[in-house]
Write a new protein. Sequence first.
Length: 254
Amino acid sequence: MSELFRVEGLTKSFGGLAVSRNISLAMQEGDRIALIGPNGAGKTTFVNLVTGQLQPSAGQVVLNGEDVTRLGAVQRVRRGLVRTFQVTRLFSDMTPEEHVTLTVLQREGRATRILSRFHGNSEVAGEVETILSTLGLLEVARRRVREIAYGQQRLLEIGIALALRPKVLLLDEPAAGVPSSETPRIEHALERLPKTLAVLMIEHDMDLVFRFARRVAVLAAGEIIFQGLPSEVAANEKVREAYLGNYAHARSVA
Ligand SMILES: Nc1ncnc2c1ncn2[C@@H]1O[C@H](COP(=O)(O)OP(=O)(O)OP(=O)(O)O)[C@@H](O)[C@H]1O
């Protein structure tokens, strides 16, 4: 499959602190990459640089062969570069159906009209239903956000991202704050994401990482110190030193 997305030599400093150092990474259609690393390694900064929330000091972001480095976040979203955030940003009195419908309408430039007029629009409703069904949210489609489980709220964030028709989706800790009883729900939903979508996920839950990822990239002190198969990551000496030591140890003694 051909390359969909690439960053090259991405570098960012805050004052004297280099938080992203010469990061290069490529993604193809259907990729499933986990970006892991210790707290403060620069994972969220990397996502902010990729999606345009931050401008790099050096380096390039290329989507579908186009250099988007100087474009703002909204322009990148329109081209298919979409993210979710670590902390949910939902309206507690609105339903999942309303959130996703509004996003579809927003994408189509029709959100300024009254939402209820579109409840009968079968094209929009069909797309909303597909998204909610992909994420296992149909049964709560018409409940208020504040009444649904936190794991379902996190999935709704992904639903909103899907309504923007991403080609590359960056998930910033989709399981953060979700009780372990609900992680299977997240895992199943991630498995059902569209096959052609390229997904990069930041996550601290290593079981989820190893089930989801076909490739793992490890960031430490702003630098990618390893890219490879999940089966190789735990054996890599640099990774063990930087991050996985405790986890590898925990697994080997488990
Ligand atoms: N706007 C900023 N100004 C100054 N320093 C910043 C800024 N944003 C992030 N940093 C610093 O950059 C480093 C990387 O932060 P970042 O949030 O990207 O790490 P992370 O790997 O996502 O961490 P976590 O896993 O805890 O979310 C940290 O030392 C952080 O304090």
